[in-house]
Design a protein around this ligand. Structure first.
Ligand SMILES: [Zn+2]
Length: 367
């Protein structure tokens, strides 16, 4: 969702990144706040101080308010990260992006009580900040606007994040509560279903209120909750499995001068969708049916070679799948030393996933 972004600095040892969308949204937000300053002053019950409405005050206040908002988001994320650290879970990075912040944890703790505490820590920080700015409210001037604004914004951050939709904190709280009494995968599916409903309601509300920002958030929640549920289920299904458990052993390997027509015939005969290409013991690459579309039937397969992604048989299946997905590979070659011992395809991984979801175990070491 959020890209790598620009590395800023480390906070408590956690790398802080700025997504490019953030650089876009900050001046926009500053402009919008500055432009609507009279409305804000009215909303907060503050006097329409004419000196505040003169240039460059509106834009300066807008910029300060926008920076304060993102600082508030950062503190919210630090709340999650530092609570996670107390439970021995490190945070890989905190990224500030278009819709706020993301603290990327190494893993989600297995114990629901810990996930609950980590999820609640962010909104707790936001509520504390809201209370702080509420108590610090100044009656007039620039400080009057900023304290009122930050009190409101932190309260909204806490409430928005407590919506019971994954991947928002409220969704995690809901899942952790469910997971206290039922298996984690079931809890995730149930939480994802509620997330979709919340996203739809949010989208409908955004449409009726004619609020494009709300629509954007609804879309984000909808897609992110699906992605989160899928990733969680997949990680669970593949847990403990290694490449050697899922790979197809002793695959048919082709010499590089095999004609394309012969490769197609073998693919049909053996019901496989791709082959390793080897010269003697040396692995040259892989050729897949998807790469042979429109190929000259008499040409050697070497012409349509894809450089191989090599895996070790002991590598974890989930990590292998992530590497394949990252590079868009449908299959990877499993090698021991220099020797080709198997092929791991997307189909192998999906089959294991489906079998595990059905509650059956995959047979290991068969074949
Ligand atoms: Zn949060």
């Amino acid at each position: 969702m959020a890209g790598r972004g620009i590395f800023l600095f480390r906070l408590f040892g956690i790398p802080l990144h700025l997504d490019l969308s953030f650089l876009l949204v900050l001046p926009l937000l500053a402009f919008l706040i500055g432009n609507n300053l009279p409305l804000y002053l009215e909303l907060f019950g503050l006097p329409q101080d004419p000196s505040l409405l003169e240039n460059p005050w509106p834009f300066a206040l807008g910029l300060l308010a926008a920076l304060g908002l993102f600082l508030s988001v950062l503190l919210h994320e630090l709340g999650h990260a530092l609570t996670a650290r107390r439970f021995g879970v490190e945070t890989r990075r905190i990224t500030l992006w278009l819709l706020g912040g993301v603290a990327q944890m190494e893993r989600i703790p297995k114990e629901p009580a810990k996930e609950l505490a980590i999820a609640l820590a962010g909104p707790a920080v936001s509520l504390a900040l809201a209370l702080f700015f509420h108590l610090a409210k100044a009656p007039t001037g620039p400080l009057g606007f900023l304290t009122h604004y930050l009190a409101l914004v932190n309260l909204m951050l806490a409430l928005f994040n407590l919506l019971p939709a994954l991947p928002l904190d409220g969704g995690r709280v809901y899942r952790a509560l469910l997971a206290l009494r039922k298996p984690y995968a079931k809890a995730t599916r149930q939480a994802a279903a509620l997330s979709q409903a919340v996203a739809l309601a949010l989208g409908l509300f955004g449409l009726l209120a004619f609020n494009p920002f709300l629509l954007l958030i609804a879309l984000f929640v909808y897609m992110a909750s699906r992605a989160e549920a899928e990733a969680t289920l997949l990680a669970q299904a593949l847990e403990g499995l290694r490449v050697k458990d899922l790979m197809t052993k002793d695959p048919i390997a082709l010499p590089p001068d095999t004609p394309v027509a012969e490769a197609l015939r073998l693919a049909l005969a053996h019901k496989v969708s791709g082959f390793p290409v080897v010269e003697g013991e040396r692995v040259l690459g892989v050729v897949g049916l998807e790469g042979l579309e429109g190929a000259d039937p008499l040409a050697p397969v070497a012409r349509y070679l894809q450089p191989p992604l090599l895996l070790s048989p002991e590598e974890e299946a989930l990590a292998a799948m992530e590497r394949m997905a990252e590079r868009g590979y449908a299959r990877a070659l499993v090698v021991e030393g220099e020797r080709l011992i198997g092929v791991l395809s997307k189909t192998d991984l999906l089959r294991a996933f489906q079998v595990r979801l059905l509650g059956l175990d995959t047979p290991r070491g068969v074949g």
